[in-house]
Structures are given as C-alpha cells and as structure tokens.
Design a protein around this ligand. Structure first.
Ligand code: UD1
Ligand code: UDP
Length: 387
C-alpha cells in the first residue's frame, strides 16, 4: 500500500484551526497511510494566537517552528521561504499542504513549487478582486503553484475556471496540468465537530463575561485596512459604542493584538474611553472553543474576518462585514451578511434592521457536508496511486 509523507504549512491562527480538520481526518481514517509533518512558520507567536489551539484542538504539534515572527511582508515572507526550503530538502515529502491566504501560505507555495514538490491548496479560488489586499496576491500565487486545488465554494471554483484552470484535465496531474475541485469547506467540518464540545467544556464562559445567550453582539476586527487606518478604526468603534448604548446590548470584542496595539499607540485616550464603557467587553483573543461558544450564542456578529463571516452562517447569525468586498459572496447574495465597510450610516441602519428581524432568515448549506477533510485526503491518496 502506498504510504504518503505530507507536510502541512501553518503560521497564522486560522491555518492552525484549519489544519486541525485535516489532522483529525488523518487520525480517524488514514493513520496507516499518511505521515503528517507540520512546519509552523512562527508568523503568529502569542499564546492566544497559536499554542492555545494546538492544546485545545488536539492538533499534530509542529515538528518544526521557524520562529519567523512579525516583520514587513518581504522580510517576513523571505525568512519563511528560507526556513521552509531547508525543511523540505531534509524531509523530501510527497506533497505540501497549504491553507488559506497568509504570508505563510505564499512562502510555502514558493519554496515547495520551486523545488518541484507537489503543492496542494486548501481554500483555493477565493478572490476579493482587490489586489491591494496582501491576501489576494497570496491566493493567486498559491493557486498558480498548485497541482490539486480544493475550492470551498462554487464561486471559488468558477474563479479558478475564469483564470484558465480546466475542470476537464485528466491524470497524471502536475503543476502544469492541475486538478480543481469544488469540495465544501473544512471549517464547516470543524464547526460540526466542535460546537457541542464547546457547550460542554466552556459552559460558564458567558457568565464570566457577564453576558447572556442571544443578548450580546460578537465583534472581531483585525484586517490591516481597519487597524492601520485610524479614521476607519475610530469610526467603526465610535459607531458600535453608540449602537451598544442605543440598544442596551453588550458587545463582546476579542481583539487581535494588531488592533489593540494600534489603539494603544495611535488612539490612547479613545482606547481608555472604550475600556471604561460597561457595554464594551474588550478581551484578549479567545480559544476556538470559546469563540465557537460566543458565536453560537450571539445575537449577531460584526467582523472583518473571513473565517468568522462563515461561522456566522454556520450558526445562523446575521453578520455585518466591515469591508467593501468579500470572498464569501454567497453570504452577501443570501442577504444574511451585509457589506457595511466602515460607513457609520450603513453600520447603523443594518444593525438596527437585524436587531428587529433575525429569526426568520434562511441559511442554506453552501459549505459541504462536514466531511470535506476526508474527501480531500482521499483525493490526495488517489493522486499518488495514479503516479
Ligand atoms: C495575518 C494574515 C491575515 C489573517 C490573519 C489571521 C497575512 C498577510 N495576513 O494577519 O490574512 O487574516 O493573520 O489572524 O499573512 N502580532 C502580535 N502577536 C502575534 C502575531 C502578530 O502581536 O502573535 C501583531 C504584530 O504587531 C504584527 C501584527 O500583529 O506586526 C500583524 O501580524 P501579521 O502576522 O503580519 O498579520 P495579521 O494581521 O495577524
Ligand atoms: N478565532 C478564535 N479566537 C478569536 C478570534 C477568532 O478562535 O479570538 C477563530 C475564528 O473562530 C475563526 C478563525 O479564528 O475560525 C478566524 O481567524 P481570523 O479572524 O484571525 O482570520 P481570517 O479568517 O480573517 O483569515
């Protein structure tokens, strides 16, 4: 029987969580067929953005941590490429698995494809059509370095076709003859798996925040367009504070360190004022089980995160997206997520609307059957059987 050596590249919070779906499916179905090796680039290094997930989600621990840390894009990515290249030359894997669209994804794509290792991209085909986003460049370059591309949505699959990827390609698949799939989303696998566990293990978490089920709004903000533009950040937070007071509803805000640093250094007195508000619960980033519990029991979600947008759909919550565009276009077409940008009037009118009408919304199953990781691993096995 063919045995496969697979290298995972992770680095940022959402990738660690995504990798847990693959790790779990390997443990359950492919233990004797796949050896998993994990390279952590060290892009995220705070306990709350990294270690917490390995412990809680029982993920295969990193075999290598490159300890790259924070830096400008070029410097950070180049240090990752150097480190990944060294490990790949030593480990000589059959394939390299990339997740999402971060600088760690891009570094993995460049290092692996230049050494002619087979690259597999999970979350392929997503596009914002806004190349000023670092993630958009990372996605395009990672997709075009890959041999197997797993698109989580129909829209992502169509984006790949419009960039010249052909669904009719036949084996043997290579970087020049890649295979594209519409699979569903491995994060839906995770939500199905962890939602009940979150209720059991984190039962008292809402009480520690002094909030009640269905009576708080969950807010996350971390994207550079919002954290690095003081006007946008101030407008968003001022509007949200006013709305919390108007509706007497608490806002639970697990803030990414990037956002907290920006507030502390650029808007110190405004930040102090926010912290003093009884309705704003500004907290450190939380674990995935805590986040799952917060999402599941919230009244509504406000975010600029890709992952959190989708999770709002998994838990049937209306969502305001603090961006001009999204890669998860089906959510917006469905009317349950709305692009409010950093526009105070839009945020206000959409929040007011959803506060009145949230129970009769429809949340179709856009993201697969919860067994996407297993499907992906079967296809990876097939790739090597056919060689
Ligand atoms: C990165 C990804 C983004 C993803 C996000 C998930 C890129 C270009 N961006 O953004 O797509 O949505 O991760 O959370 O890859 N910092 C800390 N502690 C840490 C890590 C970062 O304080 O452990 C702070 C540093 O000030 C750092 C800043 O956050 O400069 C940005 O970190 P970086 O990893 O470059 O990008 P993210 O904004 O986290
Ligand atoms: N998340 C978490 N704790 C937090 C905030 C987010 O566990 O305090 C999870 C969230 O549930 C989702 C993922 O992190 O699964 C999303 O990551 P993030 O928002 O950092 O990045 P994006 O998805 O935008 O790339």
């Amino acid at each position: 029987m063919q045995h496969i050596k697979l290298v995972n590249i992770v680095g940022a919070r959402p990738q660690i969580i995504k990798a847990s779906a693959i790790s779990r499916a390997i443990r359950l179905h492919f233990l004797d067929k796949i050896t998993e090796i994990t390279i952590h680039t060290g892009q995220h290094y705070d306990k709350e953005l990294s270690e917490i997930f390995f412990d809680e989600l029982e993920i295969h621990k990193p075999d290598y941590n490159l300890g790259v840390g924070s830096a400008h894009h070029g410097r950070q990515t180049s240090m990752m490429i150097t480190g990944i290249e060294e490990v790949l030359l030593k480990e000589k894997p059959d394939c390299v698995l990339l997740y999402g669209d971060t600088n760690s994804t891009l570094a993995g794509a460049i290092a692996a494809s230049k050494l002619h290792f087979t690259v597999i991209h999970i979350e392929a085909g997503l596009r914002s059509f806004n190349k000023s986003m670092p993630e958009e460049l990372n996605r395009i370059m990672s997709d075009h370095s890959s041999t197997l591309l797993f698109a989580p949505t129909n829209a992502a699959f169509k984006n790949l076709m419009s960039e010249g990827f052909r669904p009719e390609n036949s084996p043997p698949y290579t970087i020049d003859n890649p295979k594209i799939y519409f699979t569903g989303d491995i994060m839906y696998d995770n939500t199905l798996f962890f939602a009940e566990l979150a209720e059991k293990k984190k039962a008292s978490f809402l009480a520690t925040l002094s909030v009640e089920k269905d009576n708080y709004i969950l807010v996350t903000i971390h994207r550079d367009i919002n954290t690095d533009d003081t006007n946008r950040l101030k407008t968003i937070l001022t509007t949200l504070k006013t709305l919390a007071e108007k509706h007497s509803v608490p806002l639970v805000m697990p803030l990414h360190p990037r956002t907290t640093t920006s507030l502390k250094t650029r808007l110190p007195s405004f930040y102090k004022n926010l912290q003093e508000s009884r309705l704003l619960k500004i907290i450190l980033p939380v674990s995935f089980l805590e986040m799952t519990l917060l999402e599941k029991n919230s009244r509504m979600i406000i975010t600029d995160s890709g992952g959190v947008q989708k999770e709002s759909h998994f838990f049937r919550k209306p969502c305001l997206v603090l961006r001009k565009e999204t890669e998860w276009v089906e959510l917006v077409k469905n009317g349950t997520a709305v692009l409010v940008d950093a526009d105070s009037e839009k945020i206000t009118s959409e929040l007011d609307r959803f506060m009145k009408q949230s129970s009769d919304l429809d949340y179709p199953g856009f993201y697969g059957n919860g067994k996407t990781a297993e499907f992906i691993l079967k296809e990876i096995m097939m790739l090597f059987e056919k060689v």
